[in-house]
Ligand binder design. Structure first.
Ligand SMILES: C[S@@+](CC[C@H](N)C(=O)[O-])C[C@H]1O[C@@H](n2cnc3c(N)ncnc32)[C@H](O)[C@@H]1O
Length: 466
């Protein structure tokens, strides 16, 4: 396979990350925007020693798993790239990807997995959406009547600058779509300038909408470059008329150049400044910039699996690493003697403490700091927080710093329950645990993000004496 070769191929499976995959003479060919079972004419755009990449030129035979996408933005938007793949087949592919990743990167042979858990809802499931403002609209044929220097929507894949204007996102609720359109209309009529990621000028950067699943809370966060909240007065007034269901509006300021909907200052424009949610029986107050699993109903299933795998006893002392606002700690608290949560963000630790108090939970405490630093001096950890019987951990996508599996093994909990949103970093970490005597005993994937290539997993590792 050489660059610019034109080939007729049949896609065999879906690779981790969502590209179609097949093998030609033992070499992997990744094909963008393709589905398993599809026959395509493709053009090779990159060829390396171990793999090549191609783009489709023509569909020769449609995949039997093809379904008509629901969303009118599907052709351009990368938000849910698997929407044209039958949902049952999405699950088959995600399960297979996880198994192969753990075998290849984690070095675990014959992984025994429980069947993947489908999402309770395959559309409108996200409790948080983050839309970008841009002064450079991605122009589609249908967009001719829209202004070129303003868009509020999602980045098209591979383009950090241009934004596809979105009116109706199928991953969020109908109410969240109304909010999106209200803010879009009023920010334009107020002539507020959308941000330019190249020159770093303009005012409006992101619109973040967070909606609780089990309470009636709805938090809107407008992220701006400068601290000028008066400019948003009319926008908020119209929003509260168009969508009286909105319970809170904040304005986060990000003056930096990093393209993130995160900042050090929060202006409160309406409501009490927090989102309130209930997971199982636990009431949670979550700050505008604090983490919560984005699919609440599926997260409830995942949390139940943590309990199942950990099989806690009332004498267990538990460490919950990367504890966020305490959602897992507080959920498991009634089943154990104590939980100590460790979390980087001081504001999330404050929320976790408040959440424990408001739920009348007395056996949890939360410690703020970077995991790597917190576990540097294990004698101090043991003196201050005791020795854990079980450790639950739920790190960000990058997984664990290599020092963490080492430190955990020195604490010697009998069980580790590892929750992960990234099979690749999980598999890498699994190897480090295995070297220290922790063996993978149970594993289950959860589809928290239908129509996207992402999957979540819960696993049980147990210490086995060599
Ligand atoms: C995937 S979230 C899990 C949160 C929580 N367990 C939950 O289910 O809601 C990961 C958490 O790790 C925190 N975090 C990221 N890097 C960290 C670090 N180096 N040390 C401690 N916590 C960190 C983040 O702030 C975030 O709250």
């Amino acid at each position: 396979m050489k660059k610019n070769d034109i080939l007729d191929v049949t896609i065999e499976s879906l690779a981790f990350g969502g590209k179609g995959l097949l093998k030609i003479d033992g070499k992997a060919l990744f094909v963008r925007n393709s589905l398993p079972g599809e026959k395509l004419r493709v053009k090779v755009i990159k060829s390396r020693s171990g793999f090549a990449e191609a783009i489709p030129l023509q569909t020769l035979t449609r995949s039997k798993y093809y379904v008509e996408p629901e969303c009118s933005h599907f052709k351009y938007c990368g938000g849910c790239s698997l929407q044209n793949l039958k949902y049952e087949e999405q699950l088959v592919q995600k399960e297979r990807q996880l198994k192969e990743t753990i075998e290849h990167l984690g070095g675990v042979k014959d992984v025994e997995m429980e069947p993947i858990v489908p999402a309770p809802d395959v559309f409108h499931y996200r409790n948080k959406m983050e839309f970008s403002f841009s002064n450079k609209r991605w122009l589609t044929e249908e967009d001719e009547h829209k202004p070129k220097d303003f868009a509020l929507g999602l980045h098209v894949p591979g383009n950090f600058e241009k934004v596809l204007d979105i009116d109706n996102c199928h991953l969020q609720s109908e109410l969240s779509n109304r909010i999106l359109n209200s803010v879009k209309e009023s920010t334009q009529s107020e002539k507020l300038k959308a941000y330019d990621v190249r020159n770093h000028n303009g005012y409006l950067r992101y619109l973040v909408i967070r909606q609780s699943a089990n309470t009636d809370d709805l938090l809107v966060n407008i992220v701006t470059k400068r601290d000028e909240p008066d400019k948003l007065k009319k926008v908020v007034e119209k929003l509260l008329i168009d969508c009286p269901e909105v319970t809170c509006v904040v304005n986060v300021i990000n003056e930096g150049v990093a393209s993130i909907a995160y900042g050090s200052k929060i202006n409160l424009l309406h409501g009490d400044g927090n989102l309130h949610e209930r997971i199982a029986d636990v009431n949670l107050e979550i700050g505008p910039q604090e983490f919560l699993q984005t699919n609440t109903k599926a997260a409830e299933l995942l949390y139940a699996k943590i309990l199942d795998y950990a099989d806690f006893s009332k004498d267990d002392d538990v460490f919950d690493l990367f504890s966020g606002v305490g959602s897992i700690s507080l959920y498991i608290a009634p089943h154990v003697r104590s939980v100590t949560g460790f979390e980087l963000l001081p504001e999330a630790v404050d929320s976790a403490g408040r959440n424990a108090a408001s739920n009348g939970i007395l056996n949890c405490k939360f410690i703020s700091g970077d995991m790597r630093e917190l576990f540097r001096d294990l004698d101090f950890v043991k003196k201050a927080h005791g020795i854990p019987d079980v450790i639950v951990l739920d790190p960000p996508r990058g997984g664990l710093h290599p020092s963490i599996p080492k430190r955990i093994s020195q604490l010697k909990p009998s069980k580790v329950v590892y929750v992960s949103c990234n099979p690749a970093s999980f598999a890498r970490d699994l190897k480090l645990f295995a070297e220290r005597g922790y063996k993978l005993k149970k594993l289950q994937a959860f589809d928290l993000f239908p129509h996207t290539p992402h999957a979540e997993l819960v696993s049980l590792l147990e210490y086995e004496q060599k």
